[in-house]
Design a protein around this ligand. Structure first.
Ligand SMILES: Nc1ncnc2c1ncn2[C@@H]1O[C@H](COP(=O)(O)OP(=O)(O)OP(=O)(O)O)[C@@H](O)[C@H]1O
Ligand SMILES: [Mg+2]
Length: 272
């Protein structure tokens, strides 16, 4: 295992996004405490940590939902201070949240375009949505990414959790994301559906998109991750590239290693 990034020199040019020594306070709660995270172009960077570690706070900071209490946020090496998620999106930083922000009663196609539907003229002068073109385009784009939808006019509520997660990711890719931030996209999914989401993360990387993949699950993170940042109670335990850390070492750090073992031993010795 190599030294973590904490004492590293300034971020190199291949860094697309960086948080430098960022803290975030909510009143007396310290959600992030001096965290440095650097995302390289074209990498899948996994952010791992237990409940309450600060993962969602970190990605909301990247997504422009929160502003850091202190520290710096840089995009392409330039400091930024986003006033809203739209400003982050305009720079190609797309976030897929756990609750997905899809509209269940609207069709797959409408959810894919979400306000950006193609238009056509009715009676030669009234602009209306071209729903057939929207359905055909979304079906084709989803199919290119390995997601097969029979009829894109069907309500999105009829799709499975995994399919919805894939649709939200595919939408971000289609609309030109350079950075894709995924907050626990596999948390509520079974094996097959998780696999489909992981495959799509692979596809995103193959298209040159940089990905931040938040998860509790080392078995999901390790096979597709290029680097791993571990958060613990608001602090970074370091960033490790795949060639410097084994899966078991990541598992140990996640579980608190010796601390966890001690608790398990105590449990084993306790009277039933
Ligand atoms: N808007 C907020 N106001 C007050 N406290 C907050 C707010 N958002 C997060 N926190 C606190 O900050 C800490 C980190 O929370 P966060 O949601 O970032 O953790 P997490 O790693 O995403 O956890 P989980 O795995 O449960 O999703 C927690 O103690 C949480 O209660
Ligand atoms: Mg969270």
């Amino acid at each position: 295992m190599s030294d973590p990034i904490r004492s590293a020199p300034p971020a190199p040019d291949d860094t697309i996004l960086a948080l430098e020594n960022v803290s975030k306070f909510f009143g007396k709660v310290i959600a992030l405490n001096g965290v440095t995270l650097r995302l390289k172009r074209g990498e899948v960077h996994c952010l791992l940590g237990d409940n309450g570690a600060g993962k969602s706070t970190l990605i909301k900071t990247l997504a422009g939902v929160h502003t850091p209490s202190s520290g710096e946020y840089l995009v392409d090496g330039k400091p930024v201070r986003f006033g809203s998620p739209k400003e982050a999106l305009d720079l190609g930083i797309a976030t897929v949240y756990q609750d997905l922000a899809l509209v269940p009663l609207l069709s797959v196609a409408r959810n894919f375009f979400m306000g950006r539907e193609p238009q056509k003229k009715r009676f030669g002068f009234i602009n209306v949505m071209d729903l057939d073109l929207a359905a055909e385009t979304s079906r084709a784009r989803l199919s290119e990414m390995g997601i097969n939808v029979r009829d894109a006019h069907q309500p999105i509520g009829t799709m499975s959790g995994g399919e919805k997660q894939c649709l939200a990711i595919a939408r971000a890719i289609h609309f030109g994301a350079r950075v894709l931030i995924l907050d626990e996209p596999t948390a509520a999914l079974g094996v097959k559906q998780s696999f489909n989401v992981l495959k799509l993360i692979h596809t995103a990387r193959a298209k040159g998109i940089s990905v931040i993949f938040i998860t509790h699950n080392v078995h999901h993170a390790y096979p597709i991750g290029d680097s791993f940042t571990l958060l613990n109670r608001g602090k970074s335990m370091g960033t490790f590239t795949k060639d410097t850390i084994t899966k078991n070492e990541v598992l140990d750090m996640m579980a608190g290693g010796a601390e966890m073992q001690e608790m398990m031993n105590e449990l084993e010795g306790a009277p039933a």
